[in-house]
Write a protein that binds this ligand. Structure first.
Ligand SMILES: [Zn+2]
Length: 193
């Protein structure tokens, strides 16, 4: 297993649509292992493959640390790997909750999303699964699924809110933001496409 460097928000790869996974492979299993290790090392609750420079429809999540802080009675799921996930139902009710992103270190903002979702996906054994999610798990899955479509949480914010964050964002883009986890150098990723 290896800790992979994380791409920052200003890298073009995070604006691309990721490709469906067509078959199980050693490379895929190794990627999932590395993504879990990378996410835990960064104290994250979710990480999508494009964030480590791979344009594949895969993400990992482990929301249990957030559920432990939540007063409501929400089930725990442990580590989740979702391959080719589809959000097949969303509640009409929306909630505004504070989000962050490992690709946008030090930036948090309240984002409005569906309160509850149903997600269909392949687990890492390539078995089809379906989950009805509420609270933090629903939030994290929507955030990670967005990454697979080239969407960052910043795009859910008003222009005014984005403007308020611009100084912090510029700091990240210039490579001046210090993090406890490795960030990917941009030039290298641009070469990779
Ligand atoms: Zn993110």
């Amino acid at each position: 297993m290896a800790i992979l460097p994380i791409v920052t928000y200003d890298d073009d790869i995070l604006r691309e649509e990721a490709q469906p996974v067509t078959e199980d492979s050693e490379e895929l299993q190794a990627l999932v292992d590395d993504m879990f290790e990378t996410m835990y090392n960064a104290d994250g609750v979710g990480l999508a493959a494009p964030q480590v420079g791979k344009l594949l429809r895969v993400f990992v999540a482990d929301v249990d640390p957030m559920i432990e802080q939540d007063e409501r009675d929400i089930p725990k799921y442990g580590p989740l790997a979702m391959i080719n996930p589809e959000i097949v139902e969303t509640s009409a009710e929306e909630l505004e909750m504070e989000e962050g992103c490992l690709s946008i270190p030090g930036v948090n903002a309240a984002v409005k999303r569906a309160a509850r979702i149903k997600v269909r996906y392949l687990d890492r054994d390539f078995k089809e699964q379906e989950l009805d999610l509420d609270g933090w798990p629903a939030r994290v899955v929507q955030h990670e699924k967005d990454h697979l479509d080239g969407v960052l949480f910043l795009e859910h914010l008003s222009f005014f809110k984005q403007k308020l964050l611009s100084a912090k964002l510029n700091e990240i883009a210039k490579g001046q933001k210090e993090t406890e986890y490795p960030l990917a150098p941009k030039t290298q990723l641009r070469e990779k496409g």
